[in-house]
Ligand binder design. Structure first.
Ligand SMILES: Nc1nc2c(ncn2[C@@H]2O[C@H](COP(=O)(O)OP(=O)(O)O)[C@@H](O)[C@H]2O)c(=O)[nH]1
Ligand SMILES: [Mg+2]
Length: 199
């Protein structure tokens, strides 16, 4: 079970819909309403590295799959996110839209809260895991350059290196950039979910 949080409009629902309707063409014109409360998504992931008895690679249909539940905590609940973490929740995807600088102070406050909650869930050898996901990176040229600078600012604003160090005994932090439009980062997101759900 993975939890997904991030302020309203960060891109959580699109990412989770993209992850859970793998075989469908995702229609971006489809209207997605802001998530009210908590939404549940089932992400089906192929268990990689499996070979057939004759040593050949298994075809897609033959691969065993793992169904992982991801729970989106709607942005409107942000003040109360910690109370929506279950005692067993140790995997968090935190989505940040670095294009939207106006929301960043708010993002920083909620990020710290989520880290504290996650750190408290770590149990001995079983560390908690955080995937910091920069969304909507489907920009080109100068705009993309600006976004990368923004992402660096976000890291500073979130005090990511301090917080990571502070919680290093309890939380493993990874970072990725992604876009639902061009699917940048999606293989890596799936890989993260699979690795973490197999722990
Ligand atoms: N450019 C761009 N826009 C996106 C992307 N993903 C989502 N959006 C837009 O961001 C808005 C908010 O997305 P949503 O998933 O509902 O955000 P949530 O509130 O975090 O669940 C939507 O109107 C989408 O059109 C993306 O990868 N690229
Ligand atoms: Mg949503």
């Amino acid at each position: 079970m993975v939890v997904c949080a991030g302020v309203e409009g960060a891109g959580k629902t699109y990412i989770l819909k993209r992850l859970s309707c793998e075989e469908e063409v995702f229609d971006r014109r489809q209207l997605v309403h802001p998530t009210v409360g908590v939404s549940h998504y089932q992400v089906r992931l192929p268990v990689v590295g499996e070979k057939r008895a004759d040593g050949k690679k298994k075809t897609r249909g033959e691969l065993p799959t793992e169904l992982v539940e991801v729970r989106e905590l709607g942005g409107a609940l942000a003040q109360n996110w910690p109370s929506y973490f279950r005692p067993e929740d140790r995997r968090l995807i935190f989505v940040v839209d670095a294009n939207d600088a106006s929301r960043l102070p708010e993002v920083a406050v909620h990020f710290v809260q989520c880290l504290e909650t996650l750190a408290a869930r770590a149990a001995g050898e079983d560390k908690a895991s955080l995937l910091l996901l920069f969304s909507k990176t489907d920009l080109a040229g100068e705009e993309r350059e600006l976004l990368l600078k923004n992402e660096a600012n976000v890291r500073q604003l979130l005090r990511l290196s301090d917080l990571t160090k502070w919680h290093e005994d309890n939380i493993e932090v990874e970072e990725l950039s992604c876009s639902v439009w061009n699917e940048e980062g999606f293989p890596q997101i799936k890989d993260w979910i699979l690795r973490k759900s197999l722990l």
